[in-house]
Design a protein around this ligand. Structure first.
Ligand SMILES: Nc1nc2c(ncn2[C@@H]2O[C@H](COP(=O)(O)OP(=O)(O)OP(=O)(O)O)[C@@H](O)[C@H]2O)c(=O)[nH]1
Ligand SMILES: [Mg+2]
Length: 328
């Protein structure tokens, strides 16, 4: 599918479950080109609301902690239960899309063989600034294409990680046995948002250390506010060599997804409001910076006025002037 499809046709095809159309549509929402944004907007106008919202699980943790390994088994398990699973893997370290690095990082050998799974790697660099918005738009596209369980894999480093908290219905934080993970994650404020915490690689030589790390996490003071009333977070040990360990996390996540159902419409609309305000802010800043009046004022301030004035009052006066000029 090399030629660009009209947005309406793309919308129809993706709603019929065409994977190529879904991939094309996600590329469109990740684009920063104005013409693509207009096409994406038109595409969304042709999407029907899904009968019930999909469940969005964010999975985060340090590079190499075992996110993809867990998703491979967990996702396959979900497919066996009749779910259609989409994985959006966001990789802040990779500058290009489709590169071998990104391919390796999102390798999920079992899951990728399933017809009811869709795996999409996205380099965060192309959508930086609007990462949360691009991810939630991609999740909506997956939902429209009939995927009822959406997993967002994101590396828990850098500034881009927090987006998963804004976009997901629940967050699973994966932690390595030992090391400074716990401290780092708490510094970043991720721990307080994690609805499930699991220590990975709890096998072989690392088993004892994993158990100790789990105890530390279980007893650490935390500012976690339960997303669901009357449900506290759960702690787990995970090992790719122990299917029962994956099954026990899966059971908790499934129970959470069931309880979340009545809350999802409210969560989605809160998220939509915050997305709109974020985009407004960015648009406003771009417009203001390039406005001739603002540029003239900035130059005047820089060349002369700064010796006798502070910028605060002047900035407010300038904005007032801009708004009055517009209103007239
Ligand atoms: N022993 C053991 N090794 C594991 C386990 N889970 C993952 N690994 C290994 O850890 C390495 C990294 O696993 P990935 O699943 O790619 O980790 P990731 O968090 O997705 O990594 P990035 O996407 O690069 O951030 C691989 O070599 C896995 O085989 C586990 O339960 N036990
Ligand atoms: Mg990975």
């Amino acid at each position: 599918m090399s030629r660009a499809l009209p947005p309406q046709e793309l919308a129809e095809r993706l709603q019929q479950g065409d994977r190529h159309a879904l991939a094309r549509a996600i590329t469109l929402v990740e684009s920063t080109l104005e013409k693509d944004q207009v096409a994406a907007d038109e595409l969304f106008a042709h999407l029907k609301s899904p009968a019930s919202p999909s469940f969005r699980l964010g999975i985060t943790g340090a590079p190499g902690v075992g996110k993809s390994t867990f998703i491979d088994t967990f996702g396959t398990h979900l497919c066996d239960q009749g779910h259609r699973v989409a994985v959006l893997a966001i990789d802040p370290s990779s500058p290009t899309s489709g590169g071998s690095l990104l391919g390796d990082k999102t390798r999920m050998d079992q899951l990728s063989l399933r017809d009811s799974a869709f795996i999409r790697p996205s380099p965060a660099s192309t959508v930086l600034g609007g990462l949360a918005i691009a991810t939630s738009a991609a999740a909506r596209l997956c939902e429209a294409a009939g995927y009822d369980f959406i997993i967002i894999e994101t590396v828990g480093t850098g500034q881009s990680e927090r987006h998963v908290v804004d976009v997901a219905d629940a967050v699973l934080l994966l932690v390595e046995p030992g090391g400074g993970d716990g401290l780092q994650a708490s510094k970043r404020g991720l721990i307080e948002h994690a609805d499930f915490i699991a220590v990975t690689k709890a096998d072989g030589d690392l088993r004892a250390l994993a158990e100790k790390t789990l105890m530390e996490f279980t007893h650490a003071p935390s500012a976690y506010t339960p997303r669901l009333p009357a449900r506290s977070r759960t702690f787990h040990l995970l090992s790719m060599h122990d299917p029962a360990s994956v099954a026990s996390v899966s059971v908790e996540i499934a129970a959470f997804a069931e309880l979340a159902r009545p809350h999802q419409p409210a969560w989605r609309s809160q998220q939509a409001e915050s997305e709109f305000l974020q985009v407004m802010e960015r648009t406003l800043i771009e417009r203001v910076r390039s406005h001739p009046l603002i540029q003239a004022q900035a130059q005047a301030y820089a060349s002369a006025e700064h010796v006798r004035r502070l910028p605060f009052v002047l900035a407010k006066q300038t904005i007032d002037q801009l708004l009055v000029d517009k209103a007239e």
